[in-house]
Design a protein around this ligand. Structure first.
Ligand code: FAD
Length: 392
């Protein structure tokens, strides 16, 4: 396990792992209320979008058994409800799914009274590209449906093997920056790698915590799996904390501007109070984006960073497990939104605020919830580890 008195990344922050654990204890209950609220629990997803990077039927195995790794042995003898295509499917698509997408949109607009400007295709704001995610898929796609995230928790799905390995590989291989500025390029690569690795480790933490033991048929934490995937790797643990600092700082930065939003007449004040409470607990010094991004990152590297991160959000369409794709989209969109806030807001805050879609905001808060739960789980698993292995 990590040395908790050390900063999670010494060149950009003096905040230690313990500092982040303390912040997390305070914000965790508020974050839970937010992601369970009507406005924040819905995300839009296209279940049928095609993988834009390679031909799904060519080079990738589409046989359902290819998506099985951990429970590959004895796959045929598993009861149907334990099979990855069942564990990984999206449950409880509510009746909204059957409605045309503009009706679904209207439903969320009712929850959020202030119409987001970027919903207007003629908005002059659409001229400058400051997006780090593929916003089109969330705003315009005719096949997209609203999914209730609370009915589809992130958990073990059995998705794995060659397919998921190749997806991770292609995501990591986006990390190749080419400019004349060696310093900025090196920093961009480091930040990009940490972000992806932190997201990967967070997914591994969640699937180890909500794990199906196919022998007993019970769901619960699997300490050994967690140690194998995340706990034995100091770097992976630290990258989870790195991502926490990035997302937390972006929420701190955007929160003064959220006062003008109305999330739902019924819960509006409560949601705004919760957001205010969360941001009040985050110290601005948790992450110093200026140190990494402003002075050292040339605009050329920043442009590449944006394009590469956008590709990551598109690669999620290649994930064959629906529930994994859902959470992959939510989290890659959430990190993209954090980057947009951190890297673009200093130039023109209102431009960035007005360009945020409701789904970027929903993704941002749900991504904070995922990484915050991972931080809590790291501590829970540490207790389990000490009980199991360090007994005198
Ligand atoms: P993988 O996790 O596939 O990793 C491949 C290789 O990457 C490893 O061998 C290792 O060398 C390296 N690596 C692993 N972790 C890290 C890290 N943190 N940092 C740097 N390098 C690393 N499965 C579920 O059960 N539930 C889910 O919700 C889920 N969501 C997913 C979402 C996406 C977008 C993807 C691509 C996969 C998802 N999966 C999910 C599958 C899961 O992430 C693993 O791919 C799968 O469990 C197989 O794991 P593995 O041990 O083969 O290694």
């Amino acid at each position: 396990y990590m040395n908790k008195s050390l900063p999670y990344h010494s060149s950009i922050s003096n905040a230690t792992i313990t500092d982040i654990n303390n912040i997390n204890c305070k914000v965790r209950p508020k974050l839970l209320s937010i992601v369970n609220s009507d406005f924040f629990k819905f995300f839009k997803l296209n279940l049928f979008s095609e993988c834009p990077f390679w031909d799904d039927n060519n080079g990738f195995c589409t046989n359902r058994a290819c998506a099985v790794d951990i429970i590959e042995d004895g796959y045929d003898s598993l009861p149907d409800y334990w099979k990855p295509e069942v564990l990984g499917k999206i449950d409880d698509l509510n009746s909204l799914e059957k409605q045309p997408i503009d009706v679904q949109d209207e439903f969320l607009n009712e929850l959020c009274n202030r119409k987001f400007l970027s919903n207007n295709p003629y908005s002059p704001l659409n001229c400058r590209d400051i997006d780090y995610c593929d916003v089109d898929y969330i705003t315009n796609h005719p096949d997209a449906v609203l999914v209730d995230l609370t009915a589809n928790p992130e958990r073990f799905t059995g998705y794995g093997g060659e397919q998921s390995g190749l997806i991770w590989k292609s995501i990591y291989s986006e990390n190749c920056f080419q400019t004349d500025d060696k310093n900025a390029t090196g920093l961009a690569q480091e930040v990009f790698y940490k972000l992806i690795s932190g997201m990967h480790a967070s997914i591994g933490t969640h699937l180890s915590n909500d794990y199906l033991d196919v022998e007993s048929g019970k769901w619960g934490p699997n300490l050994d799996l967690f140690m194998f995937r995340v706990g034995n790797w100091t770097e992976r643990l630290e990258n989870i904390y790195f991502n926490y600092a990035i997302v937390a700082k972006s929420i701190k930065k955007i929160s003064p501007y959220l006062k003008n939003l109305e999330f739902c007449s019924q819960y509006d004040q409560k949601t705004l109070d919760l957001l205010g409470d969360i941001s009040g607990n985050i110290d601005t010094t948790l992450f110093d984006e200026n140190l990494i991004f402003d002075t050292e990152l040339s605009s050329e590297v920043k442009d590449q960073f944006r394009i590469k991160f956008k590709n990551v959000t598109k690669i999620m369409d290649c994930v064959h497990c629906d529930r994994c794709r859902l959470w992959g989209k939510v989290q890659s969109t959430g990190y993209a939104t954090s980057l947009k806030i951190l890297l673009e807001m200093d130039n023109d805050p209102m431009f960035v605020v007005n360009s945020l879609t409701k789904y970027e905001l929903i993704a941002l808060l749900n991504t904070f919830d995922r990484i915050s739960k991972s931080v809590q789980l790291i501590n829970d698993f540490e207790v389990m580890y000490n009980e199991k292995y360090n007994k005198e």
